[in-house]
Ligand binder design. Structure first.
Ligand code: LMR
Length: 334
């Protein structure tokens, strides 16, 4: 009798573990923008590739548009393992204690996306990812969204126009410095709250890529946009380190391949996504679009120069020099 019970228990256990072995590995990917943006499209492409390459052993669940978590919460959720993958803007790593990522926030650091791509593919990109490991986070790739432009309910054509304006920023000390250097008042706020804050006048303006503005309908509550290209929105695609290290090697390899194909795709579509968003904002006739003339851009760039010295200690002199070297090489190639 006892033996029979034991045999049944063994069989039940075998059935149970067998069923579990069939269960797909669920990878939750949370992000704060809509599906219709460079990052949103990247997440969808990654899901398709990851599921195909693992023959369904991995199931990617995407939670876009801050549906699950806002900016800061999503990083906490990743560390706790409540989600496995994110692609936050690198301007949001400060609260984790890795402020070196803010080097990408230095205004007018990058004139084009080629130099940016070289920087993230080189020692700077790899070195920054190393800083995440002790936080329980593994960096997989850098995705690009685009260049940032300003919007407000008054024209922003000269530095003086910024005086006293409240401008929403991401949680970065360098962005705080940037807005102050413009003579305005920075206000840190989660991305999901920006539309309402603009609508209700909690802030007067904001800076972001055209695709982010358009997909959050910011143009509906902002009368003026200045194409200033004064900064960039760059993402780090990151995973929970324990989850990643615990995957069977073959699965990790397939996901890495899916990620590198997706990364190429995101960099390829980013510019067009933003150009299309500008065209859609123009067509909506809600917002006057002003292209900052080169001479004025030079004035703005000059006004931002003190920030490079001010934040040298945070981002590291070596990192700055490495970036400057890469940018110079990349523009000499053109
Ligand atoms: C932000 O302004 O918070 C954005 O850069 C959000 C994003 O992930 O693109």
């Amino acid at each position: 009798m006892r033996l029979a019970q034991f045999a049944i228990a063994v069989m039940a256990f075998a059935l149970f573990t067998g069923a579990r072995a069939q269960q797909p590995i669920v990878l939750k990917f949370s992000h704060v923008v809509t599906d219709d943006t460079p990052k949103g499209k990247g997440a969808i492409r990654f899901k398709e590739l990851a599921e195909a390459k693992t023959q369904g052993r991995v199931k990617v669940e995407i939670y876009p548009n801050s549906q699950l978590y806002k900016d800061r919460e999503e990083l906490e959720a990743l560390q706790l393992g409540a989600v496995q993958m994110l692609a936050p803007s690198v301007s949001k790593f400060g609260p984790l204690g890795v402020r070196k990522f803010e080097v990408f926030d230095l205004p007018y650091m990058f004139a084009d996306e080629n130099s940016l791509e070289r920087v993230v593919d080189g020692p700077v990109g790899a070195g920054l990812f190393k800083l995440l490991e002790p936080k329980g986070i593994t960096g997989l790739a850098y995705w690009f969204n685009g260049f940032k432009e300003f919007t407000a309910n008054k024209p922003l054509k000269k530095l003086d126009d910024f005086k006293g304006m409240k401008i929403r920023i991401q949680s970065s000390k360098i962005l705080e410095g940037e807005i102050k250097a413009f003579g305005a008042i920075p206000q840190v706020m989660a991305f999901s709250e920006v539309y309402t804050a603009l609508q209700q006048g909690v802030v007067d303006g904001e800076e972001n890529t055209p695709s982010n503005k358009y997909t959050q309908k910011m143009h509906e509550v902002q009368k003026y946009m200045t194409i200033s290209d004064h900064g960039v929105v760059m993402y780090a695609v990151v995973v929970n380190k324990k989850f990643w290290d615990g995957l069977p090697a073959g699965i990790r390899k397939a996901l890495s391949e899916a990620m590198s194909e997706t990364t190429k795709y995101v960099w390829d579509i980013a510019k067009k996504e933003n150009d299309d968003a500008i065209a859609k904002i123009r067509a909506a006739k809600t917002t006057d679009i002003y292209a900052l003339p080169a001479a004025e851009k030079a004035v703005w760039r000059k006004a931002m120069q003190p920030l490079y010295r001010e934040f040298e200690g945070v981002v590291g002199k070596d990192t700055l020099q490495e970036i400057e070297k890469t940018v110079a090489k990349s523009s000499a190639k053109k």
